[in-house]
Design a protein around this ligand. Structure first.
Ligand SMILES: Cc1ncc(COP(=O)(O)O)c(C=O)c1O
Length: 499
């Protein structure tokens, strides 16, 4: 204990009891901050000795302080000053809430993830940050008709509670696609989630304990990074190149750590848009089997392939090790929040429990709508119709990058997805660039937010899914202007201080 109690001058002759005097002294010390929140008080035996009182009186002093809300006792550990002393009147919510809330320090990735939903998208701003498709391609008329039918024919059923695993007919539809693509064999393996985002989070909460070592691609989808970080694990990033995850680098990590989970996107990775090569996929699965770790394979963009030829998912080869997540968000609308996870073995049961404790189940109405939409066969026709359009926008954006930013960045053509991953040839301050870009009327996602560990090189993700070709070009032109402004300021430090 850092606080030295002065108990030499207790009045033992007067009318006030020694208990009341000691309680008052402790209260004054807590109120003045001399005894800090969380500080441990002397044991009752030590207090009895210091104050020359009997043990029962010392016990009574602490009991009174606890009743008045000043201290709290933890069995076997002792008595501690409470995080917030009792208040006489109103208290500033920032003060008391900050004292009682558990610590939460959002990482740079978390901040950018939140900001990515809030980055300016008003008229006049070209948003190259938004990864979601042009809403005009969503089958809103068909979904509207289906929703009306579901409500008219189903009575109250589509508004009733469901099994946490999801609507059986929808799980069957998903499993049918799973049999074709290799991510599942039966509907039992499927749990319907509120988007792939929740699926990722449920997987992390089911598999990862604080202190575990987990691995992810670096760069990766910020949501994967956030869920891994929030699980309290140590997150180690493995670089990705044209063939996806660098499996040699993974092997070096496996030689040093017991890894619990490796998170990948084996098809059309966000943000690079590249696939994990078949040879590397094979090695990753061999390692998962040998070393008993889970592989989380996120296939959200795997159906958005420009050539329309779908590769079998990793789970096909090693279903007990690979947990697959996916959703309808990138094809018929993220606002529907229909996603799923495919898993087997004990982890499958755990996912149901954690889903139940999280939000009971995903919206019944949207599950009914999604089921009828998939059963109609329109979904695959929509993919066939829209994927070539993405390829067209992607090529247009690549041409704009070459035209306006060719000297500044390197870029590779993705095989699918909605994004381009640009790496700067020379370092640049990403935060300064984002602020300047917003001033110039364009937004993007800064690359370091997608890395497991910040790197010296700067990068950015720009997306082509939402905007028309002319808007994409205008966005890159503005981005180039912002880059020039930041470089100009960096070359004249006096100017940077003024900005
Ligand atoms: C790779 C990846 N996985 C998962 C998600 C989340 O998808 P959903 O909207 O279905 O939650 C996204 C969203 O951008 C993503 O890019």
């Amino acid at each position: 204990m850092s606080y030295n109690l002065d108990l030499t001058d207790l009045d033992r002759q007067g009318g006030r009891s020694v208990t009341a005097q000691l309680v008052e002294r402790f209260r004054a010390a807590i109120d003045s901050g001399a005894l800090a929140p969380g500080e441990k008080l002397p044991t009752t035996r030590a207090l009895a000795e210091q104050a020359s009182i009997n043990h029962l009186t010392a016990v009574r002093v602490y009991r009174r302080l606890a009743e008045q809300g000043y201290v709290t006792a933890a069995v076997g550990r002792g008595t501690f000053v409470r995080s917030v002393p009792p208040a006489d009147g109103e208290r500033d919510p920032v003060d008391w809430q900050s004292a009682v809330l558990p610590e939460l320090r959002p990482s740079y990735s978390n901040e950018i993830f939140l900001a990515s939903y809030m980055l300016p998208s008003e008229p006049g701003i070209v948003s190259l940050a938004t990864g979601s498709p042009d809403p005009a391609i969503y089958p809103s008329a068909a979904l509207g008709r289906i929703a009306a039918e579901v409500l008219a024919e189903g009575g109250g059923e589509p508004l009733s509670y469901l099994d946490p695993d999801g609507l059986p007919e929808l799980r069957e539809e998903i499993a049918e696609r799973g049999r074709a693509l290799g991510f599942s064999q039966t509907a039992d393996e499927i749990l319907v989630t509120s988007g792939a985002r929740q699926a990722i989070d449920l997987v992390c909460r089911s598999v990862v304990a604080p202190g575990d070592v987990v691995v992810c691609e670096s760069p990766t989808f910020i949501g994967i990074l956030s869920s891994l970080q929030f699980s309290g694990a140590r997150v180690i990033g493995v670089p990705v190149d044209d063939e996806g995850l660098d499996v040699d680098a993974l092997e070096r990590i496996l030689a040093r750590h017991e890894v619990k989970l490796v998170a990948v996107q084996s098809g059309c990775q966000n943000p690079t848009g590249r696939d994990l090569s078949p040879a590397r996929a094979q090695r990753l699965l061999e390692l998962a089997r040998e070393r008993s770790f889970f592989v989380l394979d996120d296939g959200v963009y795997a159906t958005v392939r420009f050539d329309g030829r779908h590769r079998p998912r990793l789970r096909h080869e090693l279903p007990d090790h690979v947990i697959y997540v996916d959703s309808l968000s990138k094809t018929i609308g993220g606002g529907l929040r229909i996603g799923w996870v495919a898993a087997s073995g004990p982890v499958r049961q755990r996912l149901t429990w954690i889903k139940l404790h999280s939000d009971t189940h995903t919206s019944s109405l949207t599950q009914h709508v999604a089921h009828r939409w998939l059963a109609s066969g329109e979904h695959e026709r929509l993919l066939d119709a829209t994927n070539p359009g993405y390829a067209h926008r992607c090529d247009a954006l690549l041409a704009s990058v070459e035209r306006h930013l060719g000297d500044e960045v390197r870029v590779r053509r993705p095989v699918g997805g909605h994004h381009l991953w640009l790496t700067f040839r020379q370092p640049i301050d990403e935060r300064a660039l984002l602020s300047e870009a917003i001033r110039c009327g364009v937004t993007f996602l800064p690359g370091n937010a997608m890395l497991a560990e910040p790197s010296g090189t700067a990068a950015m993700r720009i997306s082509f899914a939402r905007l028309a070709v002319e808007e994409l070009d205008e966005g890159v032109r503005r981005l180039a202007k912002a880059v020039r402004a930041v470089r100009h300021r960096a070359s004249r430090p006096g100017l940077a201080a003024l900005s």
